[in-house]
Write a protein that binds this ligand. Structure first.
Ligand code: NAD
Length: 335
C-alpha cells in the first residue's frame, strides 16, 4: 500500500516506517526535523531506511497547508499515519504556541488533505495524557476525559474531536491511538529512559519526581508498531447509510474510533529505574522530589478494545524491553 507517515524521523515514526518498508509497503515520510531534541538522532534514525527504494522523504512543516497538500497530491496515499506533533507535557507549559501550530493547525491540514485526496484511513497519535488526573484504573476509552491538565493533552484531545467531525461530515475513516509511554531503542532524549540512562552511565544523581511513586504503563516500541500496523490494516468501514444531516447512532455510525494502546502492566518509576540499573550494570543516587505541574500520577491502559478489534497483544515484558533498550543505549551513546 501507499502509506504517508508524518513524523517519520521521530521515535515512533522511524520504527513504523522501517517495519512498513520491510513488509513491502511504499512509504512517503514527512518531517520538519525540528530541534526540540538533538536533530542528529533524527538523521541517524532516517539513515536506517533513507535509501530504501520504497521510501521517499520530504522535509516540510505540517502547519504549512500548501506543503502538506503538495505532498498528498504528489504521492496519492491510500492510508495516512499522523505521528508528527510537538510532544512532551512539560515543554507545553513554556512553549504553548508550538503546540497550537503543530498539533492543531498541522492536524487540520492533515484532515483537510485526507478529505481532498480521498484517503482510505487516517490513523493518528493521541495520548494517555488525555485522561488527565483520572484515578479510575485501568483507563478505559469510555472514561470521561474532558479535564486535561496540560496544553499538550488538550491538543491531543482536540485531535480526537476534530477527527470526529471529519469522520462524521465526510465519511473519512479515522482512528485515534492513545499511546502510553513508549520506550525502547532509538527513543526520545526528552523522556525518562534516556534521561535516566545518561545519568546512570555518568554516575550522576537523578531527579525523581513525585518521590518515585508514579506508575507508568511503559510500552515497548515494537508492540506499539505492531498495534499501529494492525490498526492501519483494519479501517472502520464507512457506512453508506450514514447521513451527516440526520445521523441515527442506533443503526449506523460515522467511521470514527479511538483506542488505548499500552502494555496493560503499569510499573512504578523506582522499579523501572532499578531495571535500568540492572541492565546498565551501575547503581544511581536518586533525588526524590515533589510532583511537577502538568504531570499525572499514574497511567494504565485498558487495551481490551484494541485486542478485540485488531488482535493487539503486547508481548514484551518490561525486563526484556529495558534489556534491549540498555544494549542499544550503550551501543549508540557509549559509556
Ligand atoms: P518524536 O518527537 O520523536 O516524533 C515526532 C516527529 O514529528 C519529530 O521527528 C518531529 O521533527 C516531527 N514534527 C514535529 N512537529 C512537526 C511539524 N509541525 N511538521 C512536521 N514534522 C513535525 O515523538 P514520538 O515519541 O515519536 O511520538 C510520536 C507521536 O506520538 C506524537 O504525536 C506524540 O505526541 C505521540 N505520543 C508519543 C508518546 C511516547 O511515549 N513516545 C506517548 C503519547 C503520545
Amino acid at each position: 500500500m501507499r502509506i504517508l507517515v508524518t513524523g517519520s524521523a521521530g521515535f515512533v515514526g522511524a520504527a513504523l516506517t522501517e517495519r512498513l518498508l520491510a513488509r513491502g509497503d511504499t512509504v512517503f515520510g514527512l518531517d520538519n526535523h525540528n530541534d526540540y531534541y538533538d536533530p542528529a538522532l533524527k538523521e541517524a534514525r532516517l539513515a536506517r531506511f533513507a535509501t530504501h527504494p520504497g521510501y521517499t522523504h520530504r522535509r516540510a512543516d505540517l502547519a504549512e497547508q500548501a506543503a502538506v497538500d503538495a505532498a498528498f497530491a504528489g504521492f496519492q496515499p491510500e492510508r495516512v499515519v499522523n505521528l508528527a506533533a510537538q510532544a512532551g507535557v512539560r515543554y507545553s507549559l513554556t512553549h504553548p504556541h508550538t503546540y497550537v501550530q503543530s498539533n492543531l493547525v498541522g492536524f487540520v491540514n492533515v484532515l483537510e488533505a485526507c478529505r481532498r485526496h480521498a484517503v482510505g484511513h487516517l490513523v493518528y497519535a493521541s495520548s494517555s495524557s488525555v485522561y488527565g488526573a483520572n484515578r479510575k484504573m485501568p483507563f478505559a476509552v469510555e472514561d470521561a476525559v474532558d479535564h486535561p491538565v496540560s496544553l499538550y493533552a488538550a491538543t491531543k484531545k482536540s485531535n480526537e474531536l476534530m477527527a470526529h467531525t471529519y469522520s462524521h461530515l465526510f465519511n473519512l475513516p479515522t482512528t485515534g491511538l492513545r499511546f502510553f509511554t513508549v520506550y525502547g531503542p532509538w527513543g526520545r532524549p526528552d523522556m525518562s529512559p534516556i534521561l535516566f540512562a545518561k545519568r546512570i552511565v555518568r554516575g550522576e544523581p537523578i531527579d525523581v519526581f513525585n518521590h518515585g511513586q508514579h506508575s507508568r504503563d511503559f510500552t515497548y516500541i515494537d508492540d506499539i508498531v505492531e498495534g499501529v500496523i494492525r490498526t492501519l490494516d483494519h479501517p472502520a468501514q464507512p457506512d453508506p447509510a450514514y447521513d451527516p444531516v440526520a445521523p441515527n447512532p442506533g443503526t449506523s455510525s460515522a467511521p470514527y474510533r479511538v483506542y488505548n494502546i499500552g502494555n496493560d502492566e503499569p510499573v512504578q518509576l523506582l522499579d523501572f529505574i532499578a531495571l535500568l540499573e540492572k541492565h546498565l550494570g551501575r547503581r544511581v543516587e536518586k533525588n526524590l522530589l515533589p510532583m511537577q505541574p502538568g504531570d499525572v500520577p499514574d497511567t494504565w491502559a485498558d487495551v481490551s478494545a484494541l485486542r478485540r478489534d485488531v488482535g493487539y497483544a503486547p508481548s514484551t515484558a518490561v525486563d526484556e524491553g529495558v534489556a534491549r533498550f540498555a544494549r542499544w543505549y550503550v551501543d549508540f551513546y557509549g559509556v
